[in-house]
Design a protein around this ligand. Structure first.
Ligand code: 5GP
Length: 136
């Protein structure tokens, strides 16, 4: 009887797909990088992609996103040290490309208090208007 139950359970799992290896879900930014979702990509290299924010908070609002889907700033490790530096150098490059000669701001939102909404770490580059301080 026990054997029959085990067999039935195995059949149920096999046909419901539960025994298949889990399909890893891509983040929104990975889908944009892979051209599965639309996105205005300004720059890309082996390590990261820079794309315009869909809901810009300044005349220029670009997100610099590593290809590696690290969920947040908190999840970075020492291994990511040079990657983080690279993201800032790309921000500098894009700022020059966008002619942000009067300055710009870079921001990492981390966690709910900072209103991080996408769980794939990204550096915001904002410019083209006078900023205020403190930020909202
Ligand atoms: P966070 O709030 O996580 O720091 O930043 C996420 C950013 O992603 C927000 O500024 C938001 O406007 C932007 N965003 C959300 N969905 C999309 C999208 O589908 N395409 C693009 N380009 N940006 C998006």
């Amino acid at each position: 009887m026990k054997l029959v139950l085990l067999l039935l359970r195995w059949l149920r799992d096999a046909f419901s797909g539960a025994m298949l290896p889990p399909v890893s879900e891509k983040t929104l930014f990975q889908k944009i990088m892979d051209r599965e979702e639309p996105g205005d990509i300004l720059y890309e290299d082996d390590l990261c992609v820079a794309l315009r924010d869909i809901n810009p908070q300044a005349p220029t609002h670009v997100l610099i996103v590593p290809r590696n889907p690290i969920p947040s700033l908190d999840a970075l490790t020492e291994e990511d040290e040079s990657l983080v530096g690279h993201l800032f150098l790309v921000a500098q490059k894009v700022a020059a490309q966008e002619r942000l000669t009067d300055g710009y701001r870079t921001v990492f939102n981390n966690g709910p208090d900072a209103q991080q909404t996408v769980g794939h770490v990204h550096l915001h580059l904002l410019g083209g208007r006078q900023m205020s301080w403190p930020p909202g």
